[in-house]
Design a binder for this molecule. Structure first.
Ligand SMILES: Cc1cc2nc3c(=O)[nH]c(=O)nc-3n(C[C@H](O)[C@H](O)[C@H](O)COP(=O)(O)OP(=O)(O)OC[C@H]3O[C@@H](n4cnc5c(N)ncnc54)[C@H](O)[C@@H]3O)c2cc1C
Length: 381
């Protein structure tokens, strides 16, 4: 049986960053992925992911975000790839909503540069938006988007350069502790491997691989690309930021400026849709209800974004009840580290999560503050 210093299962957003980090520390590492590099059957595809700092989810994320930005920029320098584009970001909604108030709390607590805009100012600066009277927006210049497929490829190429062994098209069937309890034995369709340090970053497949009861719910989320009916120039970066818009009933929808060919349209989606799914049977069908929901979000708020739907792409979130991540040592098997940094907002953190998981795998601890993501926290009981 072949033995490695560390094995990473799942080379998507998080696993690719982790294996790059581990390999850079001169560890003898193996990465195992059931599909191809940067595939579109998990959670890390669809051309773009929002990255932002005034984080409405909780101010504790901000220090991790600052480090994530630094690491993304380092990765760009090392690979020469264009991974992150800052377009500015607008968190918009009624004045007392979580999207605005939560962003403001993070911005104030961490002294992040930001502006508060009224509905008229938003309309003036970003003419495609038509916010109802009373709406406000927190604008930050440090927001934008990442190119997820390219980010994964960049991390994988860094890992290969540092001599990591990467196996694609190889599914892990199961793993178990060895009889001594000091190592884990990983069984795939093709082979069996042993390691004193196993990292599980299997995305939507986490419930079947963690060997630990967690209240995770895997849901399907659909991305839409829609044609503007007029004013296409108003959707270009500079006139159109990335945004998350909360409506009066608490629905959040979000989108991006045009970042592909004009014929592709503009990307938009609803943040949280509870449509539980089986990751092995991800449906491509778009129900009329989903289409109606996104149309309802856009009709009055971005009135020129009401043309034909050019493309739809399904993707998966792995949600925890409190929508915070799971990152830490396995509560039963100390040789195993588990990671489910998703709940629909994890991609921007991949670079720093890679660093954290490599710390946990090699040293058993990290300097980053991750208590909030404990696999045994109260909200998961
Ligand atoms: C529609 C959508 C929009 C999003 N928007 C944003 C956004 O704007 N900003 C943001 O920050 N985040 C966003 N997210 C969330 C973010 O993309 C995820 O948090 C992140 O991609 C999760 O990465 P992961 O590595 O956990 O999962 P994945 O990238 O899916 O990686 C898991 C990998 O494990 C592999 N695997 C699983 N089981 C096995 C096995 N048994 N054997 C071998 N390999 C296995 C899978 O094939 C997969 O490649 C969005 C997600 C979706 C779906």
């Amino acid at each position: 049986m072949k033995c490695y210093d560390a094995i990473v299962v799942g080379l998507g957003g998080m696993g690719s960053a982790t294996i790059a980090n581990l390999a850079a520390r001169n560890a003898r590492v193996l990465g195992i992925e059931q599909f191809t590099p940067a595939h579109s059957r998990g959670s890390s595809h669809g051309q773009s992911r929002i990255i932002r700092q005034s984080y409405f989810e909780h101010p504790n994320y901000v220090p991790l975000l600052i480090r994530a930005y630094e690491l993304w920029r380092n990765l760009e320098l090392e690979t020469g790839l264009d991974l992150m584009t800052l377009t500015g970001g607008l968190m918009i909604g009624p004045p007392d909503c979580q999207t605005v108030q939560g962003s403001l709390a993070s911005a104030v607590q961490h002294s992040l540069p930001h502006e508060l805009l009224t509905a008229a100012q938003i309309r003036d600066r970003f003419p495609a938006f038509n916010p109802p009277l009373g709406t406000v927006g927190l604008y930050e210049t440090n927001a934008g988007y990442l190119r997820p497929e390219l980010c994964i490829q960049a991390h994988l190429s860094q890992a290969t350069k540092s001599n990591a062994e990467l196996h694609f098209g190889e599914r892990v069937i199961d793993w178990q502790p060895s009889s001594s309890g000091k190592t884990a034995i990983v069984r795939t369709e093709h082979n069996t491997y042993e390691t004193p340090s196993l990292v599980l970053s299997p995305g939507a497949w986490a419930p079947s691989l963690f060997r630990f009861e967690l209240p995770l719910v895997v849901v399907r989320q659909v991305l839409f690309w829609i044609k503007p009916t007029s004013g296409t120039a108003n959707f270009l970066p500079g006139r159109f930021p990335v945004y998350i818009w909360e409506t009066l009933d608490g629905t959040q929808f979000y989108g991006f400026p045009q970042h592909g060919p004009e014929s592709d349209g503009i990307k938009v989606a609803v943040f949280y849709n509870e449509e539980p799914c089986d990751p092995n049977r991800l449906s491509l069908t778009i129900s009329p209800t989903l289409e109606r929901q996104i149309r309802e979000c856009l009709t009055t708020r971005i009135p020129s974004l009401t043309g034909a739907i050019v493309k739809t792409v399904p993707c998966m979130y792995t949600n925890t009840p409190d929508h915070h991540f799971i990152l830490g040592k396995h509560p039963v098997y100390p040789s195993v580290t588990i990671a489910s940094p998703c709940s629909g907002h994890g991609f921007k953190f991949c670079s720093v999560v890679g660093e954290i998981l490599a710390d946990l795998a090699m040293d058993g601890h990290t300097q980053h503050s991750i208590e909030m993501f404990s696999p045994v926290r109260e909200s998961l009981q």
